[in-house]
Design a protein around this ligand. Structure first.
Ligand SMILES: Nc1ncnc2c1ncn2[C@@H]1O[C@H](COP(=O)(O)OP(=O)(O)O)[C@@H](O)[C@H]1O
Ligand SMILES: [Mg+2]
Length: 272
């Protein structure tokens, strides 16, 4: 498919695509701090809950963690389909761990916990990353603290990283979920971008795609920041649309009028 804006801005790839390699992820100090705390938590074999608004970069933080974590001592397993009942959840876990999915809930659970114990014997710490965890069924959530119980609840053989929207933390704080929540010692948040972050992010993604000159005018960037309230997924969509429209107008700089037009069109589209 023709993408004339790439040639117009001398880009070698779409700058705002989700296809960023783990090593190329942008890590400003706020996100670096989250990755560092995650690493510390896993080194202590602790569990973590990580929340943030949609599109602020939670899953990318997990990818940055995957890139940083020493491969030898840890085994990360990523789960993104949290919308399953307990038995299917454990069945999916078995498949992800390379185990034969057993028939009954009890044997599925046994297979997963046995796998965790075997990794401990090999001095490998398993980490289950559960993304979109705000969608977990209550019956799955009710059971997760049991999965963390080894040797009469005296050994930390597994870390859970539950990742989701801010309502996940509210849900975990409910009385019903206190057995699980009290076992999760690290409660982290990925914050929305600040205005300076937005400027840096736009610049960095343009650079990674081969364009080192300043393309987004500062007042256009302010508008993009206000419209996206610091969520990068929205920023990606609007920034790419602004680049396309600027190229159509044969201008070199993305200016405020173009951004304003793109935001209006995007809002109209979403209200339809
Ligand atoms: N650290 C990062 N470096 C580069 N791009 C990022 C980073 N974090 C987020 N993004 C961009 O924002 C989009 C949304 O991020 P994502 O991690 O999927 O958000 P969330 O999981 O919080 O909904 C990604 O597809 C990517 O384009
Ligand atoms: Mg995500």
């Amino acid at each position: 498919m023709a993408t004339p804006y790439l040639a117009h801005f001398a880009l070698n790839a779409p700058p705002f695509s989700k296809e960023v390699s783990d090593g190329d992820l942008w890590l400003p100090s706020s996100k670096q701090a989250v990755v560092d705390t995650l690493l510390d938590a896993l080194t202590e074999h602790a569990s973590v809950v990580l929340v943030g608004e949609p599109g602020v970069g939670k899953t990318c933080v997990l990818r940055a963690l995957r890139h940083r974590i020493p491969a030898a001592g840890f085994r990360l397993t990523y789960h993104h389909n949290a919308t399953l009942g307990r038995r299917d959840f454990y069945r999916q876990l078995c498949v992800a761990l390379g185990l034969a999915p057993a028939a009954t809930a009890g044997s599925l659970f046994y297979a997963v916990s046995r796998h965790v114990e075997e990794r401990a014997e090999e001095r490998i710490h398993p980490v289950f990353l559960i993304d979109e965890a705000h969608l977990l069924h209550q019956d799955t959530l009710d059971h997760l603290h049991i999965l963390l119980n080894y040797a009469w609840d005296s050994r930390a053989l597994l870390s859970l990283i539950l990742v989701g929207l801010p309502e996940l933390r509210e849900r975990l704080a409910l009385r019903r979920n206190r057995s699980l929540y009290s076992r999760i010692h690290h409660r982290l948040e990925v914050s929305s971008l600040t205005p300076d972050d937005t400027t840096e992010y736009l610049r960095l993604r343009m650079e990674r795609a081969g364009c080192t000159r300043e393309v987004f005018a500062s007042d256009a960037t302010v508008l993009l920041h206000e419209a996206t309230v610091g969520a990068m997924r929205d920023l990606d969509r609007l920034a790419a649309a602004a680049l396309r429209e600027t190229a159509r107008k044969k201008r070199k700089l993305v200016e405020r009028d173009v951004v304003s037009h793109v935001i209006e069109a995007d809002t109209r589209e979403r209200e339809r």
